[in-house]
Design a protein around this ligand. Structure first.
Ligand code: ZN
Length: 324
């Protein structure tokens, strides 16, 4: 080896290490961004207390005896029953229509609940743009704002399950204990069943038992257990638990998600313009857009996002009715 190649080799090694560190840092901060900033976490940071209302306490009482689906079936007649089912996870909806599917997680929030924007604003925008969406609600908010759950369905939108407590950041909400403060995949099977079941019960109560508009779609808080990240693969146990309860798991397009810290109207619109650039016929057919209730940036960007999609020939819809 020539004398001058040694320093060159060390310089190259340092450079390679620096590039590897930079790549790791970018991936890591991306993951943290995705996980960090839901509306619920926003409120948790503001230390807004969870709603505890008289009907919430009645609900807690009712749930004392409901810890399994067999208990549930003894109280409610519904389509849910616990039996082994082949898991179904949708990242995109198979469809021949020129449609994209709009989903919102969290809430429903009334104005004054501490969220940046209430759900009424989202429903107004959807009505104005003759569009619909699927809303994945959380137990205590659905109970507190039952009128909003009903209004969502009356507007032609549909409702899915986002767990009762939104573990771990919604654990202080409502009077019902939260098991352990872990994400869904960290909970034991019984608590996973409870979180999904109790949300279902809360939604049925919020709708006064009229389950038209209630779907068997499930969106996991933080994508826990169902979305594969580079350093955190999906959990077959969580997927099986959700599936055995009769739910279809809805993931979606994370690149177009608003679950990032410092998301702004501008950054969202920029992402959507880039994400929908392809003009090939049907290129975006069936894409599932993953947004959140409660965020100002989302409400501000939504009218222009829908305009953009409609101009490209796509209808903006709630997820199609699910069949078991
Ligand atoms: Zn959420």
């Amino acid at each position: 080896m020539k004398r001058h190649s040694l320093p060159l080799l060390s310089a190259l090694t340092v450079l390679l290490l620096a590039v590897a560190a930079a790549v790791f840092w970018i991936l890591d901060s991306h993951l943290k961004d995705i996980e960090r900033y839901t509306a619920i976490e926003y409120m948790a940071k503001k230390k807004a207390p969870g709603p505890v209302l008289p009907h919430d306490l009645v609900f807690a009482d009712l749930l004392k005896g409901i810890n399994s689906l067999a208990d549930y079936n003894s109280v409610f007649t519904g389509s849910l029953s616990l039996r082994p089912r082949a898991p179904k996870i949708l990242e995109r909806i198979p469809t021949n229509e020129n449609a994209v599917f709009l989903t919102f997680d969290d809430g429903p929030y009334a104005d004054g609940d501490g969220a940046q924007v209430g759900n009424a604003r989202l429903l107004d925008i959807l009505a104005e743009k003759r569009s619909t969406g699927t809303f994945f609600f959380q137990g205590p908010w659905a109970l507190k704002n039952a009128a909003l759950v009903k209004r969502t369905v009356a507007a032609g939108c549909t409702v899915g399950n986002h767990t009762y407590h939104h573990p771990p950041d919604g654990c202080s909400m409502g009077p019902i204990p939260c098991g352990e403060r872990k994400k869904l995949e960290g909970l034991d099977h019984t608590w996973q069943v409870r979180e999904i079941l109790w949300c279902r019960v809360a939604l049925i109560r919020a709708l006064d038992g009229d389950i038209t508009g209630l779907t068997n779609y499930f969106r996991s808080p933080h994508g826990s257990g169902v979305v594969s990240y580079p350093r955190r693969p999906a959990s077959p146990k969580v997927i099986q638990c959700i599936s055995d309860m009769g739910y279809i798991i809805i993931n979606g397009d994370e690149r177009l998600s608003d679950a990032k810290q410092r998301v702004t109207k501008r950054s969202l619109l920029k992402a959507y313009r880039a994400g929908f650039r392809s003009t090939a016929p049907g290129a975006h057919r069936g894409r599932i857009l993953w947004l959140h209730s409660g965020l100002r940036a989302t409400a501000e960007a939504l009218p222009e996002i829908i305009d953009l999609l409609q101009k490209k020939g796509y209808a903006v819809r709630a997820l199609p009715a699910s069949r078991e």
